[in-house]
Design a protein around this ligand. Structure first.
Ligand code: GTP
Ligand code: MG
Length: 255
């Protein structure tokens, strides 16, 4: 209950001098690098000025938005788990191996908003970012990816906004995955709200490659980066060929 007390404290007594009024109307405009002073109801400074990041993570409307994204992930995960249960009973195997979801961290939201040159407000986060809620589905075979896609998209409460097929059209570096930006309704006590979720579907091999490539990308000290990229590209192609061979074998065995 500690979190709850903290929240009550903030709402009842805390205001932010420069954005206090805006915060009340949920129209928060925060700039990165600017520090904000917290004051109590009498106008006394509560502590040292704090960063935009700290402000936004304490604002109730931001917390509510993140809660809604978590619920949207739950909705997608549940839909997929239901499909998996049904499919595995009738087909004796699972269309996907595992599923993970994540909410973008406040830091990463801030960085992306800055990169895009968009003002940091709760409304803008929802309007301009489509990957705050992310669900990753890992399948055994490439054709399973499209089976899961089909099963998910044919549900009448799912809206497909954007689709990027990096399996049919791999990125230049060799990256493969199927990306869907969908909207899913969540039902809260007072409203039904469609929330955006980025669904990434890929095979185990594609996931292995993407994780490795991601790790290497952030290792600034990699010497001979060009050769490493070329080798990674070769691995991606070899791995994709293996995925197809394994799928062929599976088809022969299963008939
Ligand atoms: P972001 O701004 O990075 O989200 O990219 P985008 O808006 O152009 O969307 P895209 O569908 O291309 O990529 C979305 C997500 O897919 C990224 O955030 C990564 O998680 C993943 N992704 C895309 N390209 C690559 C890649 O080359 N390597 C790896 N490891 N992951 C990638
Ligand atoms: Mg992204």
């Amino acid at each position: 209950m500690e979190g709850r007390n903290k929240e009550t404290h903030w709402v009842a007594e805390g205001t932010i001098a420069s954005v206090g009024q805006a915060m009340a109307t949920k129209n928060i405009k925060l700039a990165d690098g600017v520090r904000y002073q917290l004051q109590d109801a009498q106008g006394n400074n509560l502590s040292e000025p704090i960063e935009a990041m700290q402000v936004i993570t304490n604002v109730q409307s931001f917390r509510q938005l993140m809660m809604k994204y978590s619920c949207a992930c739950l909705e997608i995960e549940t839909k997929l788990n239901v499909l998996n249960a049904e499919f595995s009973l009738t087909n004796d195997r699972n269309p996907f191996e595992s599923i993970h979801s994540r909410i973008k961290t406040p830091q990463s939201i801030l960085e992306k908003m800055n990169r895009k040159g968009i003002e940091l407000t709760v409304e803008n986060i929802e309007k301009y970012l489509s990957d705050v809620a992310g669900v990753r589905v890992i399948c055994s075979f490439p054709e399973d990816v499209y089976t899961v896609r089909q099963l998910l998209l044919k549900q009448d409460d799912i809206r497909l906004l954007v689709e990027k097929d990096y399996i049919a059209h791999p990125k230049e570096n060799g990256y493969r995955s199927l990306h869907l930006i969908v909207e899913v309704p969540i039902f809260l006590s007072e409203e039904k709200r469609f929330m955006k979720v980025e669904v990434q579907l890929r095979t185990i091999a594609m996931d292995f490659w993407a994780s490795l490539e991601h790790k290497l990308k952030y290792k600034k000290s990699v010497s001979d980066a060009e050769r490493v990229s070329a080798e990674l590209k070769e691995c991606a192609d070899a791995s994709a060929a293996l995925d197809l061979r394994m799928q062929q074998i599976e088809r022969q065995i299963d008939g």
